[in-house]
Ligand binder design. Structure first.
Ligand SMILES: O=C(O)CCC(=O)C(=O)O
Ligand SMILES: [Fe+2]
Length: 350
């Protein structure tokens, strides 16, 4: 059997004057979305230099001491910005909390902005790591420069998705106006050699919650995508300059599950540090997600009730973080119980 891989699509065709090249991109994207919702793109609009700069920012940030990183802890706010320690999240039931640390960034939303005032999904100011000192301005530039370039590309990707579903190219424009998108700088330490392979994960098997995810990997592999057809994991080999694109649950729901939101995970067995930068593009928080007309026949029922972007994404967050918290609480309870048992066990008297 030939080795399975995630297709690499040359996105430059979308910007071409030649309708044949543009249609080719649309057809390749459709094929991937119907198969497992994962593809890589090259020839896109984000310059390599911007990609390199943001990756350097990530490495500099994670090189800070734990104490310095904790100064910008995500626990300081409720809008999902800042540092998240190792083992904070747990996406796969039956595994251990995950071996990754992260730094969450988004659009810098001022406290006078209606999104902040109305406590919209993931909306508020960023937390910036002052501990970077002179390097802070470069960090802001590097991260936000990449973030904005990626969101421009996200809008183009949504145009291609619209065309792939036989919709007007601008069908998703309203959803993308005022879209809430979170970027995560991620660092996966190399998995310890004695780690239980079955339970240790950089990130457990999961599907993404939002519309689309755009992921930049550094040079170390570890990302795997589940292939339903062959019941195997496909390794997503890092490809210089390429972005991995996948569809999230919101997009699958919107298309009446015609397009796939696929299971993926990270296990870093490389013996090296792994870095990656996903951006989760979720859309305008109040936008109502209701089955796209071309995704069901006129007499067919939609599989899901209409719900807003915010309702769909918030529910998914609450579930995954709740699972990690529950695991920690149970582990702490077990530890306390065993300490109490040791203290109260009868001591043998000679
Ligand atoms: O780091 C990666 O390669 C994947 C990250 C991921 O799946 C996620 O953050 O949802
Ligand atoms: Fe993911």
């Amino acid at each position: 059997m030939p080795e399975l891989s995630i297709p690499i699509i040359d996105f430059s065709g979308f910007y071409s004057e030649d309708p044949v090249l543009k249609q080719k991109v649309v057809d390749q994207v459709r094929e991937s979305c119907l198969y497992n919702g994962f593809f890589q793109i090259t020839g896109h609009s984000i310059p390599l230099e911007k990609q390199k700069k943001v990756m350097d920012c990530a490495k500099k940030f994670f090189d800070l001491s734990l104490e310095e990183k904790q100064q910008v802890s995500k626990d300081n706010n409720t809008w999902n910005r800042g540092y998240e320690m190792l083992r904070s999240q747990m996406l796969e039931e039956g595994t251990q909390p995950e071996l990754k640390e992260g730094f969450y960034i988004g659009e810098d939303i001022d406290k006078s902005h209606p999104y902040f005032i109305n406590k919209k999904l993931n909306s508020g100011p960023n937390q910036w790591p002052e501990a970077l000192g002179d390097g802070l301005e470069g960090f802001k530039d590097g991260t936000m420069g990449y973030y904005h370039a990626a969101l421009k590309l996200a809008a183009d990707l949504m145009r291609v998705l619209a065309l792939s579903l036989e919709l007007e190219e601008t069908y998703f424009s309203q959803y993308m106006t005022g879209a809430v998108s979170t970027m995560r700088l991620l660092h996966y330490p190399s998995q310890p050699k004695d780690a239980d392979e079955k339970l240790s994960r950089g990130i457990g098997a999961h599907t993404d919650f939002g519309g689309i995810t755009m992921l930049m990997q550094d040079t170390v592999d570890g990302l795997q995508v589940w292939d339903q057809k062959s019941s195997t994991w496909i390794d997503v080999a890092p490809t210089k300059g390429a972005l991995v694109i996948n569809l999230g649950n919101l997009m699958s729901r919107w298309t009446n599950e015609k397009y796939k939101s696929n299971v993926h995970r990270v296990i870093n067995k490389s013996g090296k540090e792994r870095y990656s930068i996903p951006i989760f593009v979720s859309g305008q928080p109040d936008y109502m997600i209701d089955c796209i007309p071309t995704c069901k026949k006129a007499d067919e029922q939609a599989k899901f009730e209409p719900a807003t972007v915010e309702q769909i994404v918030s529910a998914a967050y609450a579930e995954s973080y709740g699972r990690a918290q529950l695991y920690k609480q149970l582990a702490e309870k077990k530890m306390v119980e065993s300490q109490v048992a040791q203290q109260s066990s009868p001591v043998a008297v000679a």
